[in-house]
Ligand binder design. Structure first.
Ligand SMILES: [Mg+2]
Length: 268
């Protein structure tokens, strides 16, 4: 099914969605970070949350029947610093870490993977010590190799070096790609979609809430696929080849939508 625009003309929320919002006992609002609520930047450290979006998220947090969660590939420490709102729920590191208020959860594979990743980081740093524009990010359970600003090397060569380094551990570790990034992750069937179900267990959300999920990348497609058809899944960007049922064009439109959602909830 082709994704539909989440807005009707003039940035209006369609009636069927606003009435779902009004009648829901509980709403779970899940937002990816990079490319979804913050525009993609040259390097990940430059992607900062705008003050207006932070204020809006804080305002949404005060809605009694709404739970807001940030779902990111970044490490827990990194995403918490970037968002800077302690009481929001976080699904970090592609779903391997969850934190919501006093609840903390980590996938049990962590103990096995972290020492291996230490070794991989050392090898990667050695291999790319002279490569310009390669950023190796140690996220504990996963490793990201950012190459947005790569110079003097072919992406193909970069990828094959990474694959060679990972080969000895390929029974437990896999390499995958995202937007100008190579991800090294545990070879298990775990993703943002499964982590959302884990978060719902942690929060004790039994009476199936109305779920909104906004995301812009390949990893978000797992969440789009996992979430039931009656969830409102929203792809952010221009590619219409998505498993989401709706789309918005950019983080600006996400902010407009969230502002309108907040207004609807204030009136309920
Ligand atoms: Mg993203």
């Amino acid at each position: 099914m082709k994704a539909k625009c989440l807005f009707e003309n003039n940035f209006n929320i369609p009636k069927r969605i606003s009435s779902q919002v009004k009648s829901a006992d509980c709403i779970l609002l899940l937002l990816d970070y990079d490319g979804t609520i913050v525009p993609i930047q040259k390097t990940p450290d430059l992607a900062n949350l705008s003050n207006s979006m932070r204020k809006l998220l804080i305002s949404l947090l005060s809605q009694p029947n709404l739970v807001t969660g940030i779902v990111s590939g970044r490490s827990m420490k990194d995403i918490k610093e970037k968002v800077g709102i302690p009481y929001i729920s976080y699904i970090a590191n592609h779903g391997f870490e969850i934190q919501s208020g006093k609840f903390k959860w980590q996938h049990k594979i962590l103990d096995e993977i972290v020492p291996i990743n230490r070794k991989l980081i050392m090898s990667l740093k050695q291999a790319f010590r002279n490569a310009e524009g390669v950023i190796i990010e140690d996220k504990g359970i996963t490793i990201s190799i950012h190459y947005r600003n790569l110079k003097g090397m072919y992406i193909y060569d970069l990828k094959s070096i990474v694959k060679k380094i990972v080969i000895p551990y390929s029974s437990i570790i896999k390499v995958s790609g995202g937007k100008k990034v190579i991800e090294i992750k545990p070879r298990i069937n775990w993703h943002k979609g499964k982590a959302i179900i884990e978060l719902m267990k942690l929060l004790g959300l039994k009476n199936s809430p109305l779920i909104f999920y906004f995301g812009d990348d390949k990893t978000d497609e797992y969440a789009f696929r996992t979430l039931a058809a009656n969830c409102i899944t929203v792809f952010v960007g221009n590619n219409r080849q998505t498993n989401a049922n709706y789309y918005l064009n950019d983080p600006k439109e996400v902010e407009i939508f969230l502002r309108k959602l907040n207004k609807i909830l204030e009136k309920v």
